[in-house]
Design a protein around this ligand. Sequence first.
Ligand code: SF4
Ligand code: SF4
Length: 461
Amino acid sequence: MSHRETRGVQLFDLLTLGRGPSHPGPRKEATAGRPIEALPPPAEVVLPLVQHLGDPAVPVVKKGELVRRGQKIAEAAGSGVPLHATINGKVKSIDKQAHPTLVQAQAIVLTSVAEAEATELEFPEDPAWRALGSEEMLARIREAGIVGLGGAAFPTFRKLRLPPGVTVDTLIINGAECEPYLTSDYRLMLAEPRAIVEGARLLARIVGVQRILIGVESDKRDAASALEVAAGEIAADGLDLQVRVVPARYPQGAEKQLVTALTGRVIPPRALPYAVHVVVQNVATAAAVHDAVRFRRPLLDRVVTVTGPGVVQPRNVRAPIGTLLADLVRFCGGLTDQATRVISGGPMMGRALPRLDVPLVKGMNGLVLLTGRGPFEEGYGPCIQCGRCLDACPLGLEPNQVSVRVEAGRATESAEFGALECYECGACAYVCPSQRPLVQFLQVAKSALRKQRENLAAVTR
Ligand code: SF4
Ligand code: SF4
């Protein structure tokens, strides 16, 4: 039976009957109990012009210029967002620098200056902030440079502009931080529940919905309580806001999983939450939206979990965007002698980094320092048809079938096994006893299938 015949039943079972993805073990203990700590302003920040999905920002400062923290230093271009100085500093250079996902990219490098030379811009409250219209709120969100802080880095103003003909009835705020090791969203929910709830209400008004559901995993009940208390303290404005606890299991924080868990609706393959009349935003993004609309405050810092057995003092750190990862690690006591690997994001969906002299970018919620050999450094075995990956996949896909076809040079035959629907959560690879690099096989298959479609389209044009 193919995944297409089983998906509906499996998804229901996975989310409501407790079968399905094995939770990879949260490993969050090292930082879950640590409040967010502020990193002192670093001596230098590297601010890539592209930290989002969209066109790179265009510099509006020159080498040698003094800039104030909060000042716009690059203007939005096309569908992108602007960039702001995150320290009081001087423009050291505008050139290519190491980038955590693009390898190299144009960036504005700032070196810090003394308070006497430049002071941080102030962002007083706009007394009329609660009465603003949607367009003004969207303009402030874009002007603040906000992107999805859960890792996607999609410009938030674009996600909030509904495509023509689309109607939504529910806003979901994603507080289901399911990646092992990461606790930055958890600590933010405890530290700033009011900003998150206020941000959620602003977001609901922008997309025109009455119903807001905040989803929090069951291992973070104190965060759910903090949000409930905050919601109760804020004057009712006709919106129906509910905090809902969902099972703690990976990948509960994936949009598809969370939408189904909270609404019972199933997003069709390769569709967005709009398809089931839902918009999803992360808790940190909601807090940033509150700051942008209420204070016109740009996105200058983010909370990042620095953790893993490869760092001496795991912490949750609020750091200026552009801080070098090496400075973050130094703030956390440095690397342990056993550290061998660096992961940007969480270990399931994150990306291995070869170096630490790259900057913290807006979408980076975790820095995980690991020990030992990487998952595929000792090779991998053949598929023994055990079926564990089938049980693990939250979408009911068949990564085993995809993998053997890629190995056989027949990647374009893998569509019927769901290759194009995979969102690379890594749950299948995690459980595979043969340690097969299933996500990489799926990436190869997706690439081959897309290429095949492009070629077909070119032929039939
Ligand atoms: S878990 Fe690994 S060995 Fe088992 S069926 Fe899947 S790919 Fe094959
Ligand atoms: S990586 Fe893809 S195939 Fe594997 S479990 Fe996740 S969604 Fe399923």
